[in-house]
Design a protein around this ligand. Structure first.
Ligand SMILES: Nc1ncnc2c1ncn2[C@@H]1O[C@H](COP(=O)(O)OP(=O)(O)OP(=O)(O)O)[C@@H](O)[C@H]1O
Ligand SMILES: [Mg+2]
Length: 370
C-alpha cells in the first residue's frame, strides 16, 4: 500500500499544503514546533479517522479557521483510493472514500493501516490500564472488524447500565428486572471481548519477543499478559456477585472495561524495573510486532510513521532498525527529525528512493538531492 499524495487545508498549523511522496522513505526535517508531527498526524487521520494525539476533533482545525480538510491518494495494487476527511466547526466530521460518504467510521478503520512510533509510546508503560486497553482495542479492531462492532456495543450497553445505576441512587428505587435485562445483553459482548483479547495475545507475544530480541540484542526476557477475571470465569455470575457494590458505587465494577495488559521484563513490571532505554525498546518492539500482525493479516504493509525516532535510540538500535527499513521489511516510511545532517548520514546508501522535505512554520518544501 502506498500513500502517493496528501493535501491539507487548515489542519493544525497548516494553511494549505500538498505533498507527493516517495514509495519508500520520506523525511520531514525542521525545527521544534514547525509541524513535522502534525504531518504524521494528518496521515494517521486518513487511516484512523482521528488524530493520534488530540481526542477532540475540533482541536485539529487551525486556530482562527472554521474547518479543516485532509485528502490522501492511496494506491493498493494499482488501484487508486481517494480518502477525504473533513470537519466543520460545530458539525459532524465526514470521511469519504472515492467520494462515497461512510455511514460508520468503523467501516473505514483498518482499510488503510498505519503504525505510528512516537515519543509518547512509553505512556503505554507509565500510564494506567485505560491507555493499554485503548491501544490493544484499537489494534485488535484493525485486525478483526467484528471486535470493533462488539466493543461499540459493549461500551454502549455499559454506559446504559451505569446511568441506570446512577438513576437508582438518585431516585431511591431499584428495578432489579431492568438491571438484569441489561446484564443479559452485556454478558455475551463482554465474554467475546475478553476471549478475543486472550487469543490475540497468544499469537502476538512471540512476535513481540522476536522483535525485542532483534532490536535490543539483550538477554532480558520480555512478556505481555492479559489480566482479566474473564475468560474462564462466568461474567453473568460476576455481575450478580458485584451487584451491591455496583449499586453503592453507581458504576459497573467488573468486566473487560476494567481489565489490564501487563508488561513484564524478567517477570517483573517494566514500569518499575525497566530502565529508560529498556522501556523505549519495549514499546518499539511492541509497535514493530503491531506492524507485522497487520501486514500479515491484510497482505499489504501498513505505512510506518517514525516520529523523532533517531533522538530516542542509541546508534546500534538505529542501525538495526534502518537495516530492516532498507531491506524492505517495511513498506513506505515517513520519518521526522530536527537535523538534516543526521538524517542524511543515517540514510546514506540505504535506498535510492528517498525524498526529504523541509518543514518550516507550517510550510513544506522538498529539499533537492544534496
Ligand atoms: N489547531 C491548531 N492551530 C494552530 N496551530 C496548531 C494547532 N494545533 C497544533 N498547532 C501548532 O502546531 C505546531 C507544530 O507542532 P508539531 O508537533 O507538528 O511540531 P514538530 O515539528 O513535530 O516539533 P518537535 O520537533 O518539537 O516535535 C505547534 O507549535 C502547535 O502549537
Ligand atoms: Mg514532533
Amino acid at each position: 500500500m502506498l500513500l502517493e499524495n496528501i493535501s491539507l487545508l487548515y489542519f493544525k498549523n497548516y494553511d494549505e499544503a500538498s505533498i507527493s511522496f516517495s514509495p519508500h522513505i520520506n523525511c520531514f526535517i525542521g525545527d521544534n514546533g514547525s509541524g513535522k508531527t502534525n504531518l504524521l498526524d494528518a496521515i494517521h487521520y486518513l487511516s484512523m479517522t482521528k488524530s493520534a494525539f488530540n481526542s477532540s476533533d475540533a482541536q485539529n482545525i487551525k486556530q482562527g479557521e472554521d474547518y479543516f480538510m485532509v485528502r490522501g491518494l492511496f494506491k493498493i495494487e494499482e488501484e487508486k483510493h481517494n480518502v477525504l476527511c473533513s470537519l466543520k466547526q460545530g458539525q459532524k466530521k465526514t470521511v469519504t472514500h472515492n467520494k462515497v460518504v461512510y455511514e460508520k467510521m468503523s467501516d473505514h478503520i483498518g482499510r488503510f493501516p498505519v503504525v505510528l512510533v512516537s515519543p509518547y509510546d512509553t505512556d503505554l508503560i507509565r500510564e494506567g490500564s485505560e491507555e493499554r486497553r485503548k491501544y490493544f482495542d484499537s489494534l485488535i479492531s484493525q485486525l478483526h472488524h467484528t471486535y470493533l462492532e462488539q466493543l461499540i456495543q459493549y461500551n454502549y450497553l455499559l454506559k446504559q447500565r451505569n446511568s441506570l445505576l446512577k438513576q437508582f441512587a438518585e431516585r431511591h428505587y431499584f428495578d432489579r428486572d431492568y438491571l438484569h435485562i441489561l446484564n443479559e445483553q452485556l454478558v455475551p459482548f463482554g465474554e467475546q471481548l475478553a476471549q478475543a483479547r486472550q487469543s490475540f495475545l497468544e499469537n502476538f507475544v512471540s512476535i513481540f519477543q522476536k522483535h525485542y530480541r532483534h532490536i535490543s540484542d539483550s538477554n532480558e526476557h520480555v512478556s505481555l499478559t492479559y489480566k482479566s477475571q474473564l475468560p474462564g470465569a462466568n461474567f453473568a455470575q460476576q455481575l450478580l456477585q458485584n451487584e451491591r457494590k455496583d449499586l453503592a458505587l453507581q458504576r459497573t465494577t467488573v468486566g473487560p472495561h476494567k481489565d489490564d495488559f501487563v508488561f513484564l521484563m524478567d517477570d517483573l513490571p517494566v514500569k518499575n524495573f525497566g530502565s529508560q532505554g529498556q522501556q523505549k525498546s519495549f514499546v518499539i518492539a511492541l509497535k514493530l510486532a503491531h506492524f507485522e500482525v497487520i501486514a500479515t493479516q491484510q497482505q499489504h504493509k501498513p505505512l510506518l510513521l517514525l516520529d523523532d525516532i533517531f533522538d530516542r535510540l542509541d546508534e546500534k538500535r538505529i542501525t538495526k532498525l534502518m537495516q530492516m527499513v532498507a531491506d524492505h521489511t517495511f513498506g513506505q516510511i515517513f520519518l521526522t527529525d530536527t537535523h538534516l545532517d543526521r538524517t542524511d548520514k543515517i540514510l546514506q546508501n540505504l535506498s535510492d528512493q528517498i525524498r526529504r522535505f523541509e518543514v518550516k512554520q507550517g510550510e513544506v518544501r522538498e529539499i533537492g538531492k544534496g
